[in-house]
Design a protein around this ligand. Structure first.
Ligand SMILES: NC(=O)c1ccc[n+]([C@@H]2O[C@H](COP(=O)([O-])OP(=O)(O)OC[C@H]3O[C@@H](n4cnc5c(N)ncnc54)[C@H](OP(=O)(O)O)[C@@H]3O)[C@@H](O)[C@H]2O)c1
Length: 304
């Protein structure tokens, strides 16, 4: 029961295949050798049969003895056999296929190793650039350019350089949201105010080179410059009017819209909000009352 187990020789699969292959090759060569010997004996026998025993002596083909054709045909089969053993089986047999496959697999393995090494080398560079992009995005995202507007159902926002309605809760919301921030506006909107609003930095956009403004108001000649001068504010506001909204909608991050649920005649309009670019993130309805002649909703949109 606990006796020593008889050890059997261990041959792995690869070795076994090699042995089987060698045996097969030996058999093929032996058969070819037998064929060759048979051919020699057979040829001598055919020649003797014809010349000594006079078998088929009178039978000729194209003026030659028949045995010559017989030997030639046999020789052809012998050459075909030799070709099979030394060329077809050697180069195109199963072993050859396996050999080719092994070579291919080895080449692929080398390529994979090479790629792995290259990846190892490049990984820190990729990580660094990803980190750089993340930091850049964070830096850019620290400033949230926000449009603030009150627009009617037909997108009218003003007429004769004046607001169309008076909604005190909307004004309160405007004041509380923009308090302490940069407010960017077109020259016409600026001129619609009786005086600059307190506790806000006014940035007025005009194409005029000598536009005069009260002290503290910043004048710029493009929307880009307006955004640049406001870059230290985490949330600069675009406060109108129609011309500036149209340009700013392309680059803003957020919209604080008061939608007045009426349609009005106007000469300044807010552009259409494209739902494929903007998603609504807040919506608060406000009813009509003694201070508010119209129903309206506070809506927030964020760029998708
Ligand atoms: N409902 C609301 O929330 C709201 C808010 C704000 C305003 N509004 C209303 O909107 C109306 C005013 O809007 P608006 O469209 O007529 O005028 P606006 O946009 O306020 O100002 C237009 C002016 O801005 C300057 N400008 C525009 N684009 C420029 C650019 N790319 N580079 C340099 N300067 C540029 C030009 O000034 P120069 O002509 O001096 O070159 C232009 O005439 C008013 O009725 C106002 O009451 C409504």
């Amino acid at each position: 029961m606990f006796g020593k187990k008889k050890e059997s020789p261990q041959i792995d699969k690869e070795q076994l295949e090699l042995i089987q292959n060698a045996q097969k090759r030996i058999k093929q060569k032996k058969r070819l050798y037998a064929h060759f010997v048979l051919f020699l004996i057979g040829s001598v026998f055919i020649i003797l049969a014809n010349t000594v025993l006079d078998i088929g002596k009178d039978f000729t083909l194209f003026g030659k003895e028949w045995f010559l054709f017989a030997i030639f045909i046999w020789l052809f089969f012998l050459i075909y056999h030799i070709f099979n053993v030394f060329v077809t089986h050697k180069f195109m047999g199963k072993a050859w296929e396996k050999n080719q496959l092994d070579k291919l697999v080895t080449l692929q393995k080398i390529r994979i190793e090479k790629l792995k090494n290259e990846l190892k080398k490049e990984a820190p560079i990729i990580a660094e650039s990803e980190h750089y992009n993340e930091t850049l995005n964070k830096k850019e995202k620290t400033s949230e350019l926000t449009i603030i507007v009150a627009a009617a159902e037909n997108n009218a926002i003003g007429k004769d350089n004046k607001l169309i309605w008076h909604l005190s809760d909307d004004l309160k919301r405007f004041k509380s949201l923009t308090n302490g921030h940069y407010i960017i506006m077109g020259r016409k909107t600026f001129e619609s105010f009786p005086k600059p609003l307190p506790n806000r930095t006014h940035v007025v956009i005009t194409r005029q080179s000598d536009y005069q403004v009260p002290e503290g108001v910043i004048v710029v000649n493009s929307l880009e410059d307006a955004i640049n001068v406001s870059k230290n504010d985490p949330q600069p506001f675009i406060i109108g009017g129609g011309e500036i909204y149209k340009q700013a909608l392309l680059i803003a991050d957020k919209i604080e819209l008061t939608r007045v649920h009426e349609s009005f005649e106007g000469d300044a309009f807010f552009p259409e909000i494209d739902s494929s670019t903007w998603k609504e993130t807040a919506n608060t309805f406000h009813t009509k009352d003694e201070n508010h002649n119209y129903e309206f909703s506070f809506l927030t949109y964020e760029r998708k």
